[in-house]
Design a protein around this ligand. Structure first.
Ligand code: NI
Length: 252
């Protein structure tokens, strides 16, 4: 398995070495670490550079766009010369926490899409309660980057619209929650060649560890749940999602 979205720098209960070892012991081959805040840009670069099976995504999360400056474009370009930096993320729109700076969120989102296009990088998209604007901006501004809808939270219909665009759907711990009917339905219907696994650790911990800190090792509970919803084997989910992740992020 590949955990395609995991903030391992934010996990408090284990060291990075312990996190990676526990992940490997649970069948996780590689971990993709997205940046969120400004300080994450350096942190993600350093961790990805240091640990063999950790790859980095660089970008500014929509809730952090007040820290954006155009100087970051040059910094990300410079860092992206390192082969362990494999994409832009997590970027997008978040209307859940604070709607007071929507305009700035959109502006920074568009700049980072253009940067991803220039670098020929895939993008990990954060879309929280902003499905329509996220979709419209991507359709208008993304020319060439592969799109991954991280922690997909839309309806089956919205999933189908995204898949029609060639975008990927990444599912995490929420799919194991009893009341997550919409996400379970998406898990059932998403084409397997468009499906990815993730944890979004340290958040959104799957059952049976719900409420505790999330680790990449727990991505297997996500795979197990999706397999059981679809009535196929765990191995099949493991294999296809690993192939998809390696293709998108260019991993060997
Ligand atoms: Ni995240």
């Amino acid at each position: 398995m590949i955990d395609t979205h995991s903030h391992i720098n934010m996990i408090e209960g284990l060291t990075l070495e312990e996190i990676i070892k526990e992940a490997k012991d649970n069948g996780v081959e590689k971990i993709i670490l997205p940046a969120a805040s400004l300080s994450d840009i350096d942190t993600v670069y350093e961790i990805a550079d240091k640990y063999e099976d950790v790859y980095g995504l660089l970008g500014i999360h929509p809730s952090e766009v007040k820290d954006w400056t155009d100087k970051l474009i040059d910094k990300i370009k410079e860092y992206s010369k390192n082969k362990k930096i494999v994409g832009i993320g997590e970027i997008g729109l978040d209307y859940y926490w604070d709607k007071s700076f929507n305009y700035q969120q959109k502006e920074v989102f568009i700049k980072q899409i253009e940067l991803a296009n220039e670098l020929n990088f895939p993008i990990s998209i954060h879309d929280r309660e902003a499905h329509k604007d996220t979709f419209d901006i991507l359709q208008e501004h993304n020319k060439s980057s592969t799109i991954v809808m991280h922690c997909f939270s839309g309806s089956v219909e919205f999933m189908q619209e995204c898949v029609k665009q060639g975008w990927y759907i990444a599912l995490g711990g929420v799919v194991t929650f009893k009341n997550a009917i919409k996400v379970k339905e998406v898990a059932k219907q998403v084409p397997l060649d468009k499906l990815l696994l993730e944890t979004d650790a340290p958040y959104l911990t799957p059952v049976p560890y719900r409420g505790k800190e999330n680790h990449p090792a727990y991505v297997r509970y996500v795979a197990q749940e999706i397999a059981s919803i679809r009535g196929i084997s765990f191995e099949e989910i493991d294999e296809i999602t690993t192939i998809n992740a390696k293709k998108i992020f260019g991993l060997n």
